[in-house]
Design a protein around this ligand. Structure first.
Ligand code: XMP
Length: 526
């Protein structure tokens, strides 16, 4: 490893994913503690773990029972690597099982907030109250700790709720310290990272920027780069990072594909360009996208088409720009993508993979002509926002609610047409305006507004019978879009939104509220 590589590589804490929705949350909490973390599949071998040279390992929870024949197993040689290990929930039971303890299904389940009693602080419960509230979600129990392990805690129904062997540097807790409802959860993770594993916190936005700038320079050299700006925070921060690294070698292209929200084009051209001084070329391809989407109703097909047309548009933009670039012998070879870590994990990086093909990962055509630059590929959304702010981007861009790459195309249930897009844009603008006026922008994660174009219902508007489409409001609160809950918006606000939409948007005679959490529902309807 040369000196430069040493500077820009972080030894990770590996989060081994046993299929829990919590694996990403664990990885984020580790980073909040200032330590770089990566999620890996539970079938990783000890040799693969060793090759990553991790500082520590955390085994996530998961839905299985350790004694079921098909349950996910850990390569037992991982326990012999001498790397500090913390098992959480299923990960804790896996450790107990592999090391000679006893795991049983006593028929007593624990879900939700549970009182836990500390018997011995050990390393991971140091500095904590003897009785505390922890978040549990399990059916099986560790009945006996493995030999050589000290029992640290118990609950009314779980005799061994935490254990450790500080000599072997192996630790485990039955509850979920990564969940905020576990009052001292972050403290436990920090005890494990700093105290048990001896790790120094060195992961922060300043380091990430310096690291990425180095990486981008090394990758791009003196060639040119193009980047698609969507107006969203991801592409905006990705482009700003690349701009910081290679300056005017970057040309940003704004694809106006007609699937955007009201005024969005102007916001990109005005706010963002003013803040960064980035060179921006706008391409108007609404017609092209609409004809490619004509007659298509299947959500995955829509995503694939939008992804493909998006990339093709860049290839055409490249063709137009290449002549200019050729003059100074710096061709456009790279394409910036604002791919985030959750996209990577959901598209195949972890066990919870394959839920939807995200258009900036799964939908890329095979014959892509550019090499990708993905400076946010290891980052979570909140980290991207912090970096955006640190790079000086305007607050309203950095804090903008997430908007999917395929835009309003996946918020029309049914065929996408110009008329339907215009209708949805009006309804969406009303919802956004009212949420902002109520001061709720910071409280809800996002509020998709969905047009059920294939559904019609009877209504009475004015003096006559109407037969119109419903609009669905999907306000959600979330920390990372992996899980979400529906936002309890004030009734008066909902009434106002409903009145305005049915009065002002022709063709809509009903407004309904989606009250499904994620899981089981996803945030977007398609
Ligand atoms: P779901 O619907 O999977 O959405 O619960 C989770 C988050 O991802 C956004 N989303 C997308 N973003 N391309 C994107 O860039 C996509 O294809 C896509 N699909 C969903 C969604 O808005 C939410 O924030």
């Amino acid at each position: 490893m040369n000196q430069r590589e040493q500077q820009i590589s972080h030894q990770p804490v590996l989060v081994i994913d046993f299929g829990a929705q919590y694996a990403q949350l664990i990885a984020r909490r580790v980073r909040e503690a200032g330590v770089y973390s990566e999620i890996v599949h539970h079938n990783i071998t000890a040799a693969e773990v060793a090759a990553k040279n991790p500082l520590a390992i955390i085994l996530s929870g998961g839905p299985a029972s350790v004694y079921e024949p098909q349950s996910p197993q850990l390569d037992p040689a991982i326990l012999e690597l001498g790397v500090p290990i913390l098992g959480i929930c299923y990960g804790f039971q896996t450790l107990a099982n592999a090391l000679g303890g006893r795991v049983d299904n006593s028929g007593l389940r624990e879900y939700g907030a549970t009182e836990m009693h500390v018997a011995a602080a050990g390393e991971i419960l140091t500095g904590q109250p003897e009785t505390q509230t922890v978040w549990m979600s399990h059916g099986d129990q560790v009945m006996e700790a493995p030999e050589g392990f000290e029992v640290l805690a118990s609950t009314a129904t779980t005799p061994v709720a935490a254990f450790e062997n500080s000599e072997r540097k192996i630790y485990g807790v039955q509850w979920h310290p990564e969940v905020k409802h576990s009052t001292f959860g972050q403290n436990i993770l920090e005890n494990f990272l700093y105290r048990a594993a001896g790790i120094t916190a060195d992961w922060n936005s300043g380091n990430v920027i310096a690291e990425q700038v180095e990486k981008i320079r090394a990758q791009v050299g003196s060639d040119r780069v193009i980047c698609g700006l969507s107006g969203g925070v991801d592409s905006a921060v990705a482009a700003a990072l690349v701009h910081k690294a290679v300056g005017d070698q970057l040309i940003c292209v704004f694809v106006n594909h007609g699937l955007l929200r009201q005024d969005e084009a102007e916001q990109v051209e005005r706010d963002y360009v003013a803040a960064t001084g980035i060179r921006l070329v706008t391409v108007d391809v609404e017609e092209k996208f609409l004809s490619a989407l004509a007659g298509v109703t299947d959500p995955e097909t829509k995503r694939k088409i939008i992804g493909r047309e998006f990339i093709r548009t860049f290839e055409e933009a490249q063709a137009a720009l290449i002549a200019e670039a050729a003059a100074d012998n710096r061709p456009i070879k790279f394409l910036v993508q604002g791919t985030l870590y959750p996209d990577v994990v959901e598209s195949g990086g972890g066990v919870t993979a394959g839920i939807k093909s995200h258009h900036n990962v799964g939908g890329l055509p095979d014959d892509l002509q550019f090499e990708l630059v993905e400076p946010l590929r290891t980052l979570f959304k909140d980290e991207v926002r912090t970096i955006g702010a640190e790079l000086g981007l305007p607050h309203e861009i950095v804090q903008r609610q997430p908007f999917p790459g395929p835009g309003l195309g996946i918020r029309i249930i049914g065929e996408v047409t110009k008329e339907r897009l215009d209708l949805l844009r009006k309804a969406d603008a009303i919802v956004r305006a009212e949420l902002s006026a109520a001061g709720l922008d910071g409280e809800i994660w996002q509020c998709p507004v969905v047009l059920l174009a294939d559904v019609r219902s009877v209504g009475v508007q004015g003096d006559g019978r109407s037969y119109g489409h419903p609009i669905v409001l999907r306000p959600v609160s979330s920390e990372d879009a992996m899980t979400a809950d529906w936002s309890r918006l004030p009734y008066d606000l909902l009434a106002k939104i409903s009145n305005r939409i049915t009065n002002e948007v022709a063709g809509v005679n009903r407004v309904v509220l989606d009250i499904t959490s994620k899981p089981p529902g996803t945030i977007e309807w398609e």
